[in-house]
Design a protein around this ligand. Structure first.
Ligand SMILES: NC(=O)c1ccc[n+]([C@@H]2O[C@H](COP(=O)([O-])OP(=O)(O)OC[C@H]3O[C@@H](n4cnc5c(N)ncnc54)[C@H](OP(=O)(O)O)[C@@H]3O)[C@@H](O)[C@H]2O)c1
Length: 293
């Protein structure tokens, strides 16, 4: 990206958005926006599903070079009860942003999810595989993809990711480390497979897609895969936590309102070709993250 460009980053108070702000390339000024105040958030309280608010935001921002949209309704289980609200944030807001980005003539990167797939394919998902979401969250995120690609195909890039963790926000490795302080035994689901992905790895990839991406959809996850049980064991080992016994269990033992894909591994070849390298292996990225805490 050329020097002194300004880029809007939505969800800038969130787990991923906060890291996107911190990893802005040299010479790029990231303008963070979110509903709540947080470090680096310059535009507080803009509801992205509200067309008028979004167009005013673009006006205030002045000349911008692009948008990275990480804001979302991310409460996967609660979305089963609040699908309308989730659709407003994950669906409508993408249509609104696409309209504003198109009017401004700038590219936009929208962050998507592996939850658009049903996890039944038995192999890593390609970008063009048929989605079949199992949950309200997945349906609303898929709607957002489609609204944006329909409204602004030439300027929209979707980056689907999964199993995120990072320096800010609530996530699985953090939850496990917290529980390990309270309990000597933990049971963790061992029949769902995915690729744990550090926001430290993903955020720079989003900037690269904004600058150079030409395909409508990319998949972006750390290399390799594991189950939640595998991730819990690796987290304890990497953080050198001792004296906690972790036992594998099945999803049936931990029923949740939203169904999750059983085997949701993303084929990230397209992104690897774009960047000339894959995201780091998940175990390495986890250790880097834990070392940065
Ligand atoms: N976390 C994962 O494992 C995962 C996996 C796959 C894909 N993703 C996708 O990655 C992206 C980032 O996820 P994350 O985990 O970083 O999410 P997050 O921490 O929940 O951050 C999302 C941010 O968006 C804000 N937001 C919600 N509704 C909004 C609205 N109407 N207008 C403006 N901002 C709004 C939220 O504010 P409030 O907190 O105040 O609501 C929050 O600060 C999302 O698109 C998500 O779907 C995440």
């Amino acid at each position: 990206m050329s020097q002194n460009k300004r880029v809007l980053v939505t969800g800038a108070a969130g787990m991923l958005g906060s890291q996107v702000l911190l990893s802005a390339p040299d010479g790029v000024q990231a303008i963070g926006t979110d509903l709540v105040e947080a470090a680096g958030v310059q535009e507080v309280g803009v509801d992205l599903a509200d067309e008028r608010q979004v167009f005013e935001l673009f006006e205030r921002a002045g000349e911008i070079a692009g948008v990275i949209h990480t804001a979302a309704y991310t409460a996967v289980d609660l979305a089963e009860e609040q699908e309308e609200l989730a659709m407003r944030v994950n669906g409508t807001a993408c249509a609104v942003l696409a309209g504003a980005a198109k009017a401004a003539g700038v590219p936009q990167v929208l962050v998507g999810t592996d939850f658009v797939f049903d996890g039944e394919s038995g192999r890593a998902y390609l970008e063009d595989d048929e989605p079949n979401p199992l949950s309200a969250y997945g349906r609303t995120k898929l709607a957002g993809e489609r609204f944006a690609l329909e409204a602004y195909p030439e300027g929209t890039r979707i980056v689907r990711t999964q199993w995120l963790y990072g320096p800010r926000g609530k996530h699985f490795p953090g939850t496990m480390l917290g529980l390990a302080k309270e309990r000597k035994q933990l049971k963790v689901v061992d029949d769902q497979t995915g690729s744990p992905t550090s926001t430290l790895e993903l955020a720079p990839a989003l900037w690269d897609v904004l600058e150079r991406g030409e395909e409508p959809i990319y998949h972006a996850a750390c290399e390799g895969d594991c189950t939640w049980f595998g991730l819990a064991c690796e987290t304890m080992a990497a953080a050198e936590v001792q004296g906690v016994e972790i036992a594998p269990c099945s999803t049936d033992e931990f029923p949740r309102p939203a169904r999750r894909p059983v085997h949701s591994v993303l084929d990230c070849g397209r992104l690897t070709t774009l960047r000339g390298r894959a995201l780091a292996p998940w175990q390495d990225a986890l250790r880097t993250y834990l070392g940065s805490e």
